[in-house]
Design a binder for this molecule. Structure first.
Ligand code: BGC
Length: 491
C-alpha cells in the first residue's frame, strides 16, 4: 500500500513476455484476495438458512462466525515462520487446499458443532492467505509495479465479499420452497471453485526470487527474475536483495524489540487504529447485514440477502475511490471525514431503529440507505487506512513484527465484535422497542449502533492526538520523528 502513488503514476508493466507473466501472477494472486473476501462474506447469506436447518439461536451464529476468525488468528500467527521455512509458494498451495476442503466440509456439516470445526479449519487458510499472498506478490513483482499489485489485493478482498453476496443470493430460496433449509450448502460449496483455481494456478507459478536467494538457491532466483524483471536490471536487483538479506540477518529481531519505549507511539497507533476500525462495527454489517435487514422489516431471508448485495457493491466502489484519495488529501483529513460520517450514519441508524414503530414503510429504504452511507464512509477511510498506517509507522527492522501485531489485533477485535453483536443487541434494547421475528424476540439493534457510534466519537478524539499525517513523508523521516520523541500530531 505504501508505494501506491509512485507506482500508480509510473506503473507501466514490463514489456513482452515479462508483461504476460506479471499479469498471470497478478491474476493468480488476485484469487487469493478474492478467496479471502469470499470466505469472509459467504457466511452472511448462509446464516438465516443454517439457523433454520439446525434450529439454533443467535448465540450459535456468533460462535460459528467467530470460529472462522479464531482460525484466522491462528493461521496468521504461524504463517510467517512456516513461509520462511518451506517457502511462500508451498504455504499458498497448502492454503488453497485448506480453502477447498474447508468449503466442502462447511457445506456438508451435519450439525452446528461440525460447522464450527469446518469454519475454524477454513479460517486458518484466511489467516494464512492474508499474510502470505501479499508477501508473495510483494516479493515477486518487479519494483515498479509492486504498489499497484499489493493494493490490488485489498481491493480484491472487497470484490470477494461482493461476489459472495451475489452467489449467496443466487442460491437463496424463498420461505416454504422445497429445500429451503438446505440451500446454504451450495453457498459454501461455491468456495471450492476459486480455491481450485488458486491451487492449480499456483502450481505453475515460481517461488519468489527473494526466498530462493535467502535459501542459497541463486541460480533458480536468477531464472525467476529473468521471467519477471527487465533483463538490464537483474544484476542490480540481486545485489540489492543480497544487501537487504545480509542486513536482516545481522538484525534478527525478536518480538520484544517492538516494546522499546521509543516505539510505544507507533504501537499505540497500530493497535488503536485497528481498535477503531473494528469496534465501530463494520463486520456486524459484513457478516450480519441480512439479519439486520430482517430486523428492519424485510420479509424473508431472500429479500434481506438481495439488499445486502447493494452493500457489497458500495463497499467495492468506495474502496476504489479511496485508492485515488489517500495520497491526495492525506490520512488525517480522510480519517476525520470518514469516521465523522460513520458516526453520523450510526446515530441515524440507531434513531431509525428506535423510531421503527412510527416510521412505517420508510424503515426499510432508510435503513438500507444509512447502511450504504456508513459503509461508504468506512471504505474510504478506516478500511484502507488501517492497513496502510500499520505498514507505515514502524521502522524497517521491526516493520514485519509491527504490522503482524496490527493485523493480529484486527482479527482479534473482529472476533470480539462478531462474538458479541447479538448479545449486545439484546442487552442494549431500549424498553418497548423489541423486534419480534417469526415469534422470536430478537431485541433491537439501536443500542448496539449507538455504542459503535460512541466508539467512533472516542476514535475521533483519539485520532486527533494519534493519527499521523504520513502522506508524502519518507519512512525514514517517520522513524526519525519517533526517535526524536515527538508526537504523532507534530509529524
Ligand atoms: C477490515 C475487515 C473488513 C473489510 C470490509 C477491512 O479493512 O479489516 O475487517 O471486513 O475491510 O471491507
Amino acid at each position: 500500500m505504501t508505494e501506491l502513488t509512485p507506482a500508480l503514476r509510473t506503473g507501466a508493466l514490463p514489456s513482452g513476455k515479462n508483461r504476460r507473466i506479471v499479469i498471470v501472477i497478478a491474476a493468480i494472486a488476485s484469487t487469493g484476495g478474492l478467496l479471502f473476501g469470499f470466505d469472509t462474506g459467504v457466511i452472511s447469506g448462509a446464516i438465516p438458512y443454517f439457523q433454520s436447518r439446525f434450529q439454533i439461536g443467535n448465540d450459535w451464529v456468533e460462535l460459528i462466525t467467530t470460529a472462522g476468525l479464531l482460525g484466522a488468528v491462528i493461521g496468521a500467527l504461524f504463517c510467517g515462520r512456516l513461509a520462511d521455512v518451506i517457502g511462500r509458494k508451498k504455504v499458498i498451495l497448502a492454503a488453497g487446499f485448506v480453502f477447498a476442503v474447508g468449503a466442502l466440509w462447511s457445506g456438508m456439516a451435519g450439525d452446528a458443532r461440525m460447522l464450527i470445526a469446518a469454519r475454524f479449519f477454513l479460517g486458518s487458510a484466511i489467516g494464512v492467505s492474508s499474510f502470505a499472498v501479499p508477501l508473495y506478490i510483494a516479493e515477486i513483482s518487479p519494483a515498479r509495479t509492486r504498489g499497484v499489485l499489493v493494493s490490488l489485493f485489498q481491493l480484491l478482498i472487497t470484490i470477494g465479499i461482493m461476489v459472495s453476496y451475489f452467489s449467496d443470493s443466487a442460491f437463496a430460496l424463498p420461505e416454504g420452497a422445497p429445500g429451503y433449509a438446505e440451500c446454504w450448502r451450495p453457498m459454501f460449496y461455491v468456495g471450492v471453485i476459486p480455491a481450485l483455481i488458486m491451487f492449480i494456478g499456483m502450481v505453475f507459478l515460481p517461488e519468489t526470487p527473494r526466498w530462493l536467494l535467502r535459501s542459497g538457491r541463486e541460480e533458480e532466483c536468477r531464472s525467476v527474475l529473468e521471467r519477471v524483471e527487465d533483463p538490464a536490471e537483474i544484476g542490480d536487483v540481486i545485489a540489492r536483495m543480497k544487501e537487504e538479506i545480509a542486513l536482516e540477518a545481522g538484525n534478527r529481531v525478536r518480538w520484544s524489540a517492538v516494546v522499546q519505549p521509543w516505539l510505544r507511539t507507533p504501537l499505540i497507533i497500530a493497535i488503536g487504529i485497528m481498535f477503531v476500525q473494528q469496534f465501530t462495527g463494520i463486520n456486524t454489517i459484513i457478516y450480519y447485514s441480512p439479519k439486520i435487514f430482517l430486523m428492519a422489516g424485510f420479509e424473508g431471508a431472500r429479500a434481506a440477502i438481495t439488499a445486502s448485495i447493494t452493500v457489497g457493491v458500495v463497499n467495492v466502489a468506495f474502496c476504489v475511490v479511496s485508492l485515488f484519495l489517500v495520497d491526495r488529501i492525506g490520512r488525517r483529513k480522510l480519517y476525520f471525514t470518514g469516521v465523522g460520517g460513520m458516526v453520523v450514519a450510526l446515530i441515524a441508524l440507531s434513531s431509525c431503529f428506535v423510531l421503527q414503530a412510527h416510521l412505517g414503510n420508510m424503515v426499510k429504504p432508510v435503513t438500507v440507505a444509512l447502511v450504504w452511507i456508513y459503509c461508504a464512509c468506512f471504505s474510504v477511510s478506516l478500511g484502507p487506512l488501517g492497513w496502510l498506517i500499520i505498514s507505515e509507522v514502524f521502522p524497517l527492522n521491526v516493520r514485519g513484527i509491527g504490522s503482524s501485531i496490527g493485523s493480529l489485533s484486527c482479527w482479534l477485535f473482529n472476533g470480539v465484535v462478531a462474538f458479541t453483536f447479538f448479545k449486545i443487541v439484546r442487552a442494549l434494547t431500549f424498553p418497548g422497542t423489541d423486534i419480534v421475528i417469526g415469534g422470536d424476540n430478537v431485541g433491537n439493534p439501536a443500542g448496539a449502533f449507538a455504542l459503535y457510534a460512541l466508539v467512533g466519537l472516542g476514535g475521533l478524539v483519539w485520532g486527533f492526538f494519534f493519527i499521523p499525517e504520513t502522506k508524502g513523508k519518507s519512512l525514514e523521516h517517520i522513524e526519525e520523528h519517533w526517535r526524536g520523541g515527538k508526537s504523532p500530531r507534530q509529524l
